[in-house]
Design a protein around this ligand. Structure first.
Ligand code: GLU
Length: 396
């Protein structure tokens, strides 16, 4: 079968586009579907990009990143994560998705398995399929904070397993693996040398309540030859549109990823690379304010959703999503006599009745839930929560 026919389009992107289309058609829609900071890229980063244009940095660069950006990334990994990478162990690509695609395409043989704990970002299985692999979804338990346990991991590993994907803080649940959790997972991985780990740390900087971020390569240094530690500019610097993802890992893998990139996207935008270099090398004082704002919005949303009939949620430890259960609304009737039989129905009926766009839990491999992004202005969040509550109260 053609590979493109094996994957459905990204549900987060679809939901966001649907909201945009409705807004363009004149509907009053509040979109809490997309996961992107509503803050603007800080001025010193924009200025660095403009300077790069003025200097004429408008040509191809080394395919997997300029020396300046690789040096800035090596500095970030050393400073924040205690990880030491040479430039040959660092890859830069046009976004985190491209990093994952390059890594999986470079390493998967047809049918190789990629373990993905659920709830998961929908693009992990999508990219694994595109790269010719077989996603193996491992369901985690809400009661255990939606974390993968060593026992679950152990049961899922087969001789065909090539990768485990870890994402902490998690999209969509905001769950975080502590250092001890990661050490226990490393213990399960240690005797399985055929399994690599992709650690997606893109939400590293968005951690609340004084939580301490940890990453598996930092907690199990003996496994670093089998770990690709991935991050990017999108979430930490509000640079989603600039498309800069990066990773540190073993040299053979980084070289293979560059080969894939040299035949697909080529280098990430030279201007975006200059901006990301300034972002990583510059002051990051603004992050404290962003975190405080996100944390306030998180509390607002968590308390509003928990007071709506049929809904319940926990406060996420990181990222900017609330993953709420809508179990209490399943089986109810929405306006126009529509029966809500799934989380997808709940999300559809809510959009129809109240103009609030969310993403159903089924997109993340867990039902009946929905994901709400609280990376939106306070007044939009407050109004959305009022509408969600009104909708839940209207169910019979
Ligand atoms: N990571 C974001 C999300 O989950 C951006 C959209 C996407 O690429 O999926 O909403």
């Amino acid at each position: 079968m053609q590979r493109s026919r094996r994957v459905s389009p990204s549900p987060t992107i679809l939901a966001t586009q649907r909201a945009r289309d409705l807004q363009a058609a004149g509907r009053d829609v509040i979109s809490l579907a997309a996961g992107e900071p509503d803050f603007d890229t800080p001025d010193h980063i924009k200025a660095a990009a403009i300077e790069a244009v003025r200097r004429g940095e408008t040509k191809y660069t080394a395919v997997d990143g300029t020396p300046e950006l690789k040096e800035a990334i090596a500095g970030k990994f050393a400073r924040d994560n205690g990880l030491s990478f040479s430039p040959a162990q660092i890859s830069v690509a046009p976004g985190g998705k491209a990093i994952i695609f390059n890594a999986l395409s470079a390493t998967l043989n047809p049918g190789d398995e990629v373990i993905i704990p659920a709830p998961h970002w929908p693009s992990y299985p999508g990219i694994a399929l595109l790269a010719g692999g077989k996603p193996v979804i491992v369901e985690t338990e809400a009661a255990n904070g939606f974390l993968l346990t060593p026992e679950l991991l152990d049961k899922a590993i087969t001789p065909k397993t090539r990768w485990l994907i870890l994402n902490s803080p998690s999209n969509p649940t905001g769950a975080m693996y502590g250092a001890e959790d990661l050490k226990a997972i490393a213990d399960a991985l240690r005797p399985r040398p055929h399994v690599m780990t992709l650690s997606d740390d893109i939400y590293e900087k968005l951690v609340y309540d004084g939580g301490r971020f940890a990453t598996i390569a930092g907690e199990a240094p003996d496994l670093t030859k089998r770990v690709l530690t991935m991050n990017g500019a999108s979430k930490s610097f509000a640079m989603t549109g600039w498309r800069i993802g990066f990773a540190g890992g073993p040299e053979w893998l980084i070289a293979a990823m560059a080969d894939v990139m040299s035949q697909t996207t080529g280098n990430p935008s030279s201007i975006s690379q200059a901006a990301a270099t300034a972002a990583l090398n510059g002051g990051q004082g603004f992050l404290g304010g962003w975190r405080a704002t996100f944390s306030r919005r998180r509390d607002l949303v968590v308390s509003a959703l928990n007071s709506a009939p049929g809904l319940s949620c926990e406060a996420p430890q990181g990222a900017f999503y609330v993953f709420a259960s809508c179990r209490g609304a399943i089986g109810a009737r929405a306006p126009a006599d529509r029966v809500i039989s799934s989380d997808a129905d709940f999300v559809d009926a809510l959009l129809e009745a109240q103009g609030v766009a969310l993403v159903p839990g089924s997109a993340f491999g867990a039902s009946p839930y929905f994901r709400l992004s609280f990376a939106a202005a306070d007044d939009a969040l407050e109004e959305a929560c009022r509408r969600i509550r009104r909708f839940c109260e209207s169910l019979t």
